[in-house]
Design a protein around this ligand. Structure first.
Ligand code: 5AD
Ligand code: SF4
Length: 508
């Protein structure tokens, strides 16, 4: 039986469900120019997603494999796609060789992220040659870029389907088209859609869960591709978020990370409402779940009410990831970050005052076009002044279609690399120094599983995201336990197990 007969056999004579009402956009290849536009139309919310009868059973006897690159948003999108695959009857596999469908869920944030994907596609070519029935798909942020789609069409004929971040719910139709078509199926909408609430999910693990609170970004930092690949800011309704967190709590999850590209803009797109992230956190903290985090923050929209709510503590962890990007107001202006060094330092001091034991971590870009040594030194001095516990540090990577990519740049790559090394030295010194005070202390650890390095040892994270390794019976995995730290290393802590932590009452 060929694919056409197989699908035709399963397809009932009913008309395929029309999902076009979800989106005002048309079926086109990507356009960064269109992706830049921000319409005024209100977001509609839908909860009528279902796997059409036409597709049910498509995956029976077949396995899927998804490789995820990039941020937690992508990890979470992978969970949604896995949910759709399972709904279609596919089984998951973690071995590429066993898979009948392979998806690469890609990241476009820097050039090296993209190169990894092209490398992986290269490796998959021989597998596709051996097994022509195998379907290979590229999705995620890279698919939203015109240049990437053109390159794939031209050079990577092992790819069967390309679809974007706004088309995930269309996976069943895209798969079917790929089975039936000899051509590469490309479906990328440049304009974001509405919010579909009831997409299925297969979550990775049952200890920590991700919950989207908003999609997209309107900040348009001049170096960043995300506003183009993820569309305009769309906030989920508070009641939908609260319900999802409640359900995860009831299912035994111990930690929730609220996700958005710029969570501090949460609620700004609501019509006639002033409900913001602080209000949401104030409701979520009343839910009986031990830890709630959020990522990622933008210093510009981090308001006093949010600080006030976070200071209430309880299950709102005392760790805030607050990307600064640069310590120079001039560079921040060129980056269009819409805050100054002084604004950032002022925000940090407000946070520290309200939450004295807070841990701050950050993201920094070095070697932005024309960054001078003095401006770089301002980043170092800001780092010293704030005393971040950790930072993700990057060399600026030009992204086609962004304003910064058009700037002339007089900073040679060797200088950028040298700055990164010098910054990393400061980052490492602070991280190591931040570990020392833990020596002899008792910490609460959410046990995630067996250590990757040593199977005899369990590992997990503190509220402040410090990795702790210790010996304990395997039945504490998934629980919050107390551990006495015996050795503080540069990047992790070793300790001895004391016992399971007693559940705290939620303080209202
Ligand atoms: N080059 C280098 N780093 C970048 N980031 C975003 N865009 C770029 C780019 N073009 C970094 C920022 C952001 C993090 C997720 O990635 O620091 O906070
Ligand atoms: Fe990119 Fe800036 Fe939006 Fe973050 S806030 S996703 S860095 S544009």
């Amino acid at each position: 039986m060929n694919e056409e007969q197989r699908l035709a056999g399963q397809a009932p004579a009913t008309k395929e469900k029309d999902y076009s009402h979800y989106f005002q956009s048309v079926y086109t290849p990507p356009s960064l120019k269109d992706a830049k536009k921000r319409g005024k139309e209100a977001i509609s919310y839908h909860d009528d997603f279902e796997i059409d009868e036409h597709y049910s059973g498509m995956g029976i006897g077949r396995k899927f494999y998804i490789r995820t690159f990039g941020c937690q948003m992508n990890e979470h999108d992978t969970e949604v796609m896995a949910g759709i695959f399972v709904g279609l009857g596919y089984e998951p596999t973690d071995t590429v060789k066993d898979a009948d469908v392979i998806l690469l869920n890609t990241c476009a944030i820097r050039e090296n992220a993209e190169n990894k994907v092209f490398g992986e596609l290269g490796h998959l070519k021989s597998l596709k040659r051996e097994r022509p029935d195998l379907l290979i798909g590229v999705c995620g942020c890279m698919s939203q870029e015109e240049s990437v789609v053109k390159k794939i069409l031209k050079t990577y004929d092992q790819v069967d389907m390309v679809f974007g971040t706004h088309n995930i719910h269309r996976l069943p139709a895209i798969l079917r088209e790929a089975y039936l078509s000899k051509e590469m199926v490309v479906e990328v909408w440049s304009k974001e859609g509405d919010i579909i609430e009831n997409l299925p999910r297969v979550r990775k693990g049952n200890i920590k869960g991700w919950v989207n609170i908003m999609y997209g970004c309107d900040k348009f930092c001049t170096y960043c591709i995300v506003p183009y690949t993820r569309g305009k800011e769309r906030s989920r309704r508070p009641e939908d978020i609260i319900l999802e967190v409640r359900q995860l709590a009831a299912a035994g999850y111990q930690e929730i990370t609220l996700l958005g590209q710029n969570v501090n803009a949460y609620g700004k797109d609501f019509e006639n409402e002033t409900y913001r992230l602080g209000d949401l956190m104030d409701e979520l903290r009343k839910i009986d779940i031990p830890r709630i985090r959020f990522t990622t923050s933008h210093p510009r929209d981090f308001d006093d009410h949010l600080i006030e709510v976070l200071a209430k503590g309880g299950n709102l962890v005392n760790h805030i990831h607050l990307p600064v990007q640069s310590g120079s107001s001039e560079i921040l202006k060129l980056m269009s970050r819409k805050y100054t060094r002084e604004h950032f330092l002022n925000l940090v001091s407000k946070i520290k005052q309200a939450i004295p034991n807070v841990t701050l971590t950050t993201d920094i870009i070095v070697g932005f076009p024309n960054e001078t040594e003095e401006q770089f030194q301002e980043t170092i001095s800001l780092y010293n002044e704030v005393g971040f516990d950790m930072a993700f540090t990057y060399i600026y990577s030009p992204r086609e279609g962004t304003p910064a990519a058009k700037m002339t740049d007089n900073v040679p790559m060797e200088v950028k690399k040298d700055r990164l090394q010098r910054l990393n030295k400061v980052v490492n010194d602070f991280s190591a120094a931040g570990m020392k005070p833990y020596q002899g202390e008792i910490v609460n650890v959410l046990v995630e599983g067996v250590s990757k390095r040593n199977k005899e040892v369990l590992s997990g994270y503190t509220e402040k995201s410090k990795l702790v390794n210790f010996r304990a019976p395997a039945n504490v995995i998934g629980k919050i336990v107390q551990v006495r730290i015996t050795q503080a290393k540069s990047w992790s802590l070793d300790g001895e197990f004391i016992g399971i932590k007693e559940k705290e009452k939620v303080m209202l």
